[in-house]
Design a protein around this ligand. Structure first.
Ligand code: DAH
Length: 369
């Protein structure tokens, strides 16, 4: 006959000494499992006489209940100890330096765009936008390009396939079509952001993507322009020159950048000019504001009367000037990138080198230091 008190004392001691959950589970199986020591005792009840069973039954069942309770208690204690150990081991030390995080950067074109907008905003220019997919009317005809005129070919236009109405849309070759959209009110249902007819006086800048089938060190098939348009009474070339000169000086952060107008031809301006800034190319890189050379930075002129008429404005009342900057090109000049094509090659090393920190704006109001 098994000594129940001895068995209980042995089991209690083993349970107490169990080092972890696994050991405890081993003890449970050995005592209460299918072929465990207590289970064997319970089975032996079947072979006993009724009297014996009446005496042994409560003792064995009591033993089983107390051992099961001891195991459950020990299990809770082991789990609590394990949690304490983990809490101690996995404590977060908030005083440790954080591992370095990869930061995104601001693309030079977007940096230059922000700087340009800040400068023109201070001069009272508002922003206007037009669509990248344009029609022939806005991109050429309304801008006084005669039909079949070779200037249309000069722009190396990306034409889209003809649509069901027989029209061929195009990827705009410049931001100048938005001049027309700003001045001419149409009844077309246009998305809210597309400029659609405002009363003069008008003072807008129009940044955006432009496209030409062209690729070399100073040309990419997609590039960015910023159009400017001012329409008011008694506007003349002097206003244009002051505006562009003031912008150039602020953008290049030098008070005295020498500029010159050079006569040019654009169908949509009369007279037309290109504005050059003095620069130095002798050291292999371009330095703006000094030296013996000139560099073209902007096309401009007085808005052609034909365009005012097309847009429903009387040229005897309203005059204006317009200009068109290459945004990426200004970036390459200011920040010294040798090849425009790198701007859009998505080379991470280039972007990390020439990109701007989004958190290091010297002056949040103007984007300039
Ligand atoms: N649209 C011209 C181009 O892409 C640039 C330009 C020249 C814009 C003269 C103007 C302007 O507004 O007056 O070459």
């Amino acid at each position: 006959m098994t000594d129940l008190s001895q068995l209980e004392a042995d089991l209690a001691a083993q349970i107490e000494a169990a080092a972890d959950a696994q050991a405890l589970e081993g003890l449970r199986v050995a005592a209460l499992g299918k072929s465990g020591s207590i289970s064997a005792l319970l089975k032996s009840l079947g072979a006993m006489s009724p009297d014996e069973r009446r005496e042994q039954g409560p003792r064995i069942n009591g033993l089983r209940d107390r051992v099961a309770a001891l195991i459950a208690e020990k299990k809770t204690a082991l789990e609590a100890a394990e949690l304490d150990a983990r809490l101690a081991a996995e404590r977060v030390d908030l005083t440790l330096p954080a591992p370095p995080r990869r930061k995104g950067g601001v693309h030079p074109t977007m940096q230059v765009l922000d700087e340009m907008i800040a400068i023109f905003a201070e001069m009272g220019f508002a922003l206007a936008e037009g669509p990248d997919i344009e029609d022939d009317f806005h991109n050429f005809t309304a801008l006084n390009f005669p039909p079949k005129h070779p200037a249309r070919e000069m722009h190396d236009t990306f034409w889209l396939p003809e649509n069901e109405r027989g029209e061929r849309k195009l990827l705009r070759t410049h931001t100048s079509p938005v001049q027309v959209r700003v001045m001419q009110r149409t009844n077309d249902k246009l998305p809210g952001w597309i400029a659609n007819g405002q009363e003069p006086p008008i003072r807008v800048i129009v940044p955006g993507r432009t496209y030409r089938s062209d690729s070399d060190a100073t040309h990419t098939p997609m590039f960015h322009q910023m159009e400017g348009l001012v329409i008011d009474r008694n506007i003349h070339m002097g206003h244009l020159k002051w505006t562009v000169d003031t912008f150039i000086a602020r953008f290049f952060e030098t008070p005295a950048v020498e500029t010159r107008f050079r006569p040019h031809h654009f169908p949509f301006t009369e007279p037309s000019a290109e504005l050059d800034v003095r620069c130095d190319r002798s050291g292999g890189e371009v330095k703006i504001g000094q030296g013996e050379d000139w560099m073209e930075v902007v096309g401009c002129g007085m808005v052609h009367p034909n365009i005012l008429r097309t847009c429903g404005l009387d040229p005897d009342v309203w005059q204006g000037f317009a200009f068109g900057f290459g945004i990426d090109r200004l970036g390459t000049l200011k920040y010294g990138m040798p090849d425009l094509r790198d701007m859009f090659a998505s080379d991470r090393r280039w972007l990390e080198h020439y990109g701007f920190s989004p958190f290091a704006m010297p002056n949040a109001a103007t984007g300039l230091s």
